[in-house]
Design a protein. Structure first.
Lengths: 123, 826
């Protein structure tokens, strides 16, 4: 019982740390957009989890971060830009699709980075 | 054990990042770096502005001499109040950059032949064209001239440049304008040369049509022979209503240009010999033929208030971000408001507390080609005035993205750059070696004209300011609070003999050279005329009694001028609102004459039932090009088809596209000669088609196309015309398409498909100036801003904004004033 809750705690802390540090390295636009790969790897090395859990926590951390930011920005912008960009990309002008694509990219790279970190710890 | 999964996941991570950090090919272009572009902290999301964002700010800049207060009104127009003139231009540069940086960068890249640097080899042909035309050469000459001889203008442009760069320096990467993120490149430092390059581009846009037209006209003449050419391309315009009223006496000319004695054989009818075949390269689209404009001023005798009203609406390509940016500049020396060019200091079209001014294009021919004979393929010497003369070489290095540099070695001659030679040809140049001579290459202080107009107090100041203006030649309209109105065609104009420069000229001796430039005081001008108004709409400025040749009739649209003058003659007790209605008037004066001319030839009972129905649609039409009318669409299709039937045959069969004669030529013939010889289809041997047959054939041909349009539901004029305001990259998602607006070519509201009134302004010269205006765009160049296209719908509806032009205390307290940006020295 105790073990399971500590697993939960690790998972949640990993997600939060990944989102928080991912956001922090993104504040300064001079750092590359993929800087969160490094922070996710470090988090996964420091917090011992099963590789699948590491993947999910990194993926959710960055995915939720990107989703949240895009969602807030888009609402404050009344979809002015997202509708235009979703025609260029092309996503038929759908801001929902554009936010989804944004979220998926963050999710995938965030997850893979954490997975890599957890394998570093295990090897 | 765990090494394999480690390697696999590391490779997957790095691989995915790498792919999303690369510009992937997509059709002919490339995607942005997708990971970067989608990242909410780096990419496009950062450009999505809060719709209720404020613009208050406090900015410290060491370059300033004092304090500057900028108040932004509810349309995001800045009202700049500065203690020093130079500070005002610093802040204007800063604000241009803040709201229009990418556009400024892009437009000067086009002008200087540097598109390939960001877009790759695809754009090389455009870059080569502008390099070889001498755009950079001209800008360099102007820069050198101003640096050496005009400290005030140098200080002005330097202050503006410093302002642009102060913004660029504080710009963090995530706040780059969207287009940089899309195309993946970085802004670079602004320089005074870029300002001059931008002004060169305006010269090209307004006088550069000759760079294409002279070649086409030469080829058309060669194809038709001079006699037939002269019939189809007559310079006689029967219905002309010139800017300077007919019958006005002109001073004795100080230059009498002499036509070379051999011009009939060597110039007008010359058989062109093809010398070599160079590499054929595509040219950029020639500047729009309808780059024109309307402007007029009515004197107090015709207005309700007893004070003059001035109107100006330049017709240019309609783009987002707009060419124009509204601004008020107030310093201890002057206070002015109007439309400015992002890329240049000062107000370009506007007013101050004493007077107002506006411009239309003069359309005069100031660019010629001279055919060269090089001694050999090294192009080191050319034959001129009986001897081999040495050329110098100008090197232009074009950087190309993902590819090696391209070097243009351009031979410089007495005439100017050898634009076409063995290295560079287009389909129209047909192997010739051609040097280009253009007033755009002359060093000039064009920006000083606007600097002085911004500060002018009266007619004399206006005249002194515009006397500096060289290229592109403009009709400067003027009105003052004190009651004067005037218009002057000003520029550096060639004293030409009849048809000089319409075609490529022989370049082996100086007999075809320009024999002088017309002195400023012989340029057409009129002040406070009896009739109570002055106007221009790109028509010929003068009747044939003017002692100099203006250029081919195709450069001077006839009908807008007729419309404007016809209306102004009858209008009295005019208000600013009446002037707004006139600026947006859709009456079709061409159709007023052309429809009865067509009807004279149409045999209704011989037409098919559908054609009869279409003709009825046309005859029931009210002659207004309103967006919801169908008659104008029918009229236009019928007229175009008749033109095709009449002279399509003469022009068919040429491998290269030839110039189409002007509509007025056919219309004048229909009205005076029903046995028009050109009507005959020369392709049908043994049969002579009459004009009547051709007109009825034209109606049937048009009907086929009209039935198609009817099926698609596109017979209504605004749907057929589909006016758009395109983003500079032409990306549809960033453009405004299918605007519900009437107007068209030959109409005062000159709105065609992608071209039209780019800034509408009405200024009533009352004590507190009453001014209205808008342009089809918005003050912000950011597609993610609500201010990106905020004026477009209003513009399409023919509405106007009242412009706020107030002293500081009144503006600060005004209900429409929203934000305050402070600029301090430290």
């Amino acid at each position: 019982m105790k073990n399971i809750s500590s697993e939960h705690l690790k998972f949640i802390v990993s997600i939060l740390l990944s989102a928080l540090l991912g956001y922090a390295v993104g504040i300064y636009g001079n750092l590359p957009w993929y800087s969160f790969v490094v922070t996710n790897i470090i988090i996964a090395i420091l917090i011992d989890q099963k590789p699948s859990k590491s993947f999910m926590s990194g993926a959710l951390g960055i995915g939720l971060l990107w989703f949240g930011l895009a969602f807030i920005i888009d609402n404050q912008n009344h979809h002015i830009l997202s509708v235009k960009v979703a025609q260029i990309l092309p996503l038929k002008g759908s801001f929902v699709a554009l936010i989804s694509v944004t979220t998926i990219v963050g999710f995938l790279i965030g997850g893979l980075a954490s997975l890599t970190g957890s394998f570093v710890r295990k090897s | 054990m765990r090494l394999l999964p480690l390697i696999a996941s590391a490779v997957a991570t790095v691989g995915l990042v790498a792919v999303l950090n690369t510009q992937l090919p997509s059709g002919t272009s490339k995607t942005p770096k997708l990971g970067y572009f989608l990242s909410p902290q780096h990419g496009f999301w950062k450009n999505a502005e809060k719709v209720d964002a404020g613009f208050d700010a406090s900015i410290v800049a060491g370059e300033l001499k004092g304090k500057v207060d900028v108040y932004m009104d509810d349309r995001l127009v800045p009202h700049i109040y500065a203690d020093h003139d130079e500070d005002a231009y610093f802040v204007q540069g800063y604000l241009h950059a803040k709201f229009r940086l990418w556009q400024m960068d892009f437009q000067t890249r086009v002008a200087s032949g540097r598109l390939s640097e960001i877009a790759g080899a695809d754009k090389l042909s455009i870059d080569r064209f502008f390099r070889r035309l001498g755009m950079v050469y001209g800008a360099e000459k102007t820069e050198q001239y101003i640096n050496e001889s005009n400290p005030v203008m140098k200080a002005t442009v330097d202050a503006y440049t410093a302002g642009v760069n102060a913004y660029i320096k504080q710009l963090s990467p995530e706040d780059l304008p969207l287009e940089y993120k899309l195309m993946n490149y970085q802004p670079e430092e602004w320089t005074p040369k870029k300002t001059y390059l931008f002004l060169m581009f305006m010269s090209y846009d307004l006088t550069g049509r000759s760079a294409t037209a002279d070649l086409q006209l030469t080829n058309t003449r060669d194809y038709l022979g001079f006699d037939l050419f002269d019939k189809l391309f007559t310079n006689q315009q029967d219905s002309l209503d010139p800017i300077i009223p007919k019958g006005t006496a002109f001073a004795k000319p100080s230059i009498v240009p002499l036509k070379p004695i051999n011009s009939d054989s060597a110039y007008l009818k010359k058989q062109v010999q093809i010398l070599v075949n160079g590499k054929v390269s595509a040219s950029p689209e020639a500047p729009d033929k309808n780059n024109g404009s309307n402007n007029w001023a009515v004197s107090g005798s015709k207005t309700k208030s007893g004070r003059p009203i001035l109107c100006s609406d330049p017709h240019l390509g309609l783009n987002l971000p707009s060419l124009w940016y509204e601004v008020q500049i107030t310093t201890p020396t002057h206070s002015t408001y109007g439309a400015s060019f992002p890329g240049s200091p000062a107000v370009i079209i506007g007013f101050n507390d004493s007077l107002a001014w506006g411009v239309t294009n003069a359309g005069r021919d100031v660019l010629d080609y001279y055919e060269l004979k090089f001694k050999d393929s090294t192009q080191k010497e050319y034959w001129f005035n009986g001897a081999w003369q040495a050329t110098t070489t100008r090197q232009e290095i074009i950087k190309v993205k993902d590819s090696a540099d391209v070097v243009e070695n351009i031979a410089m001659t007495h005439w100017g750059p050898a634009m076409f030679d063995k290295f560079y040809q287009n389909p129209q140049s047909k192997g010739r070696n051609l040097a280009v001579k253009w007033t755009g290459h002359t060093a000039s202080t064009g920006v000083e004209t606007f600097y002085k107009l911004n500060r002018a107090k009266n007619f004399d100041d206006y005249l002194a300011a515009i006397s500096l203006w060289k290229c592109p030649g403009q009709n400067f309209v003027f009105a003052s609070k004190s009651g004067d109105i005037a218009i002057k065609q000003q520029g550096s104009f060639v004293a030409r003999w009849d048809r000089q420069g319409d075609f490529i000229m022989p370049g082996q001796d100086s007999s075809y050279d320009w024999q002088g430039m017309i002195p400023n005081d012989e340029n057409p001008m009129i002040k406070n005329p009896e009739r109570g108004f002055v106007s221009s709409a790109n028509q010929k400025s003068v009747d044939p009694s003017y002692p100099y040749y203006l250029g081919t009739a195709s450069s001077f649209p006839l009908y807008r001028g007729i419309s404007v003058n016809k209306r102004l003659r009858t209008m009295n007790q005019i208000s600013a609102e009446d002037m707004q209605h006139l600026q947006t008037d859709n009456y079709n004066v061409f159709a007023e004459v052309a429809r009865p001319a067509l009807m004279k030839f149409i045999e209704l009972n011989k037409l098919s039932p559908n054609a009869q129905r279409m003709v009825k649609e046309m005859t029931n039409w009210n002659l207004y090009n309103n967006g919801n009318e169908k008659g104008i669409t029918v009229f236009k299709m019928i007229w175009d088809s008749v033109e095709d039937a009449v002279w399509g045959d003469e022009l068919a069969g040429s491998a290269i596209p030839l110039t189409k004669p002007e509509s007025f030529v056919l219309l004048d013939q229909m009205n005076k000669d029903s046995n028009y010889i050109v009507a005959d289809d020369i392709r049908t041997k043994g049969k002579v088609e009459t004009l009547k047959e051709q007109v009825n054939l034209g109606v049937e041909n048009a009907t086929k196309k009209l039935l198609e349009l009817e099926k698609e539901g596109k017979l209504e004029w605004s749907l057929f015309k589909a006016t758009r305001v395109s983003h500079l990259t032409k990306i549809p998602a960033l453009s405004r398409l299918n605007l519900p607006i009437g107007g068209g070519v030959n109409i005062i509201n000159a709105t065609s498909e992608a071209h039209g009134p780019s800034w509408r302004m009405v200024v009533h010269m009352t004590d507190e100036i009453e001014a209205y205006g808008l342009y089809p765009g918005g003050q912000s160049g950011n597609p993610g801003s609500p201010y990106y296209d905020s004026f477009v719908d209003y513009w399409a509806a023919g509405k106007y904004y009242r412009l706020l032009f107030l002293p500081k205390e009144k503006l600060v307290a005004h209900e429409r004033t929203k934000w305050h940006i402070q600029f301090n020295k430290a």
